[in-house]
Design a protein around this ligand. Structure first.
Ligand SMILES: [Mn+2]
Length: 266
């Protein structure tokens, strides 16, 4: 009965299986959580989805930008790119089944009351409660008949700063971008989408989101996220756990044991 969180899998089922065998993962009694980007760029997208789907309630995930990309392809908002390696999924008779399954997944999840799980992180103006409420807002649309309308309008970089008064597609787009694409912020908390380096290589005007003071977070709260392979697991703080260690780019895959908050690498 152990709980684990795995970093970005990105269609690398063999890497995931090797990591799970190291902890003798029991698919009936243990639970696997994921930070999203289950597929995208890696060689075994269809097998990865089939395996994770087969785990039933013993697998839980938040959505990443690559998972949303699959939904965008499904509703014609985006064309599949060769580099995403999703052709096999798109041609599969189970394409709709996996899209419907992904649509049930949230953008944020709260574990053990003080661990927030999201793909890219927590926007510094948001408390855990606010993040969960905003995630629910998006899930309600994603699970409704209106989901294709939202996905069709989600690809843009604006608005890039949060305002409680945002509404409609602008509001949805900001929430989705913050939860799935965020890395750096300008000093005034504007999202900056172009820089993907490690923090030490970034322009001085940019701050990693986790280095911007969040007045709503308490000392015991922790955020677990993926998405940013260039961090290579390092945030230099015990409150923010970066789990994307770039397996799909030749790095390792990281598994975090929730009971001990200790990491294991493939
Ligand atoms: Mn990502």
């Amino acid at each position: 009965m152990a709980d684990y969180i795995v970093g970005d899998i990105q269609g690398c089922l063999s890497g995931l299986k090797a990591l799970l065998s190291k902890v003798d993962f029991n698919a009936r009694t243990d639970t696997l959580y994921a930070v999203g980007d289950l597929i995208g760029r890696g060689p075994e997208a269809l097998d990865t989805l089939a395996y994770l789907y087969s785990l039933g309630d013993n697998f839980k995930t938040v959505l990443g930008n690559h998972d949303l990309n699959l939904l965008a392809i499904r509703c014609g908002a985006r064309r599949a790119k060769k580099a995403d390696k999703l052709d096999e999924v798109i041609a599969s008779p189970d394409f709709d089944k996996y899209c419907d399954w992904l649509r049930q997944k949230p953008l944020a999840m709260l574990l053990k009351r003080d661990i927030l799980l999201t793909h890219a992180g927590l926007y510094p103006a948001w408390s855990f409660d606010k993040a969960m409420a905003l995630s629910t807002e998006i899930s309600e649309v994603l699970q409704s008949q209106q989901w294709q309308l939202m996905v069709n309008s989600m690809y843009d970089d604006k608005p890039n700063i949060w305002d409680d008064g945002l509404s409609g597609n602008d509001r949805q787009r900001f929430i989705i971008n913050a939860f799935t694409r965020m890395r750096f912020l300008e000093k005034d908390a504007r999202l900056e989408f172009n820089c993907k380096t490690k923090p030490s290589d970034a322009p001085k005007s940019l701050l990693p989101w986790f280095n911007m003071q969040n007045p709503n977070m308490t000392a015991t709260q922790k955020v677990v996220f993926g998405h940013w392979a260039a961090l290579n697991g390092e945030t230099d703080t015990e409150q923010f756990f970066a789990l994307d260690t770039g397996f799909v780019w030749g790095g390792s895959m990281t598994l975090l044991c929730i009971d001990t908050m200790k990491r294991l690498h493939s």
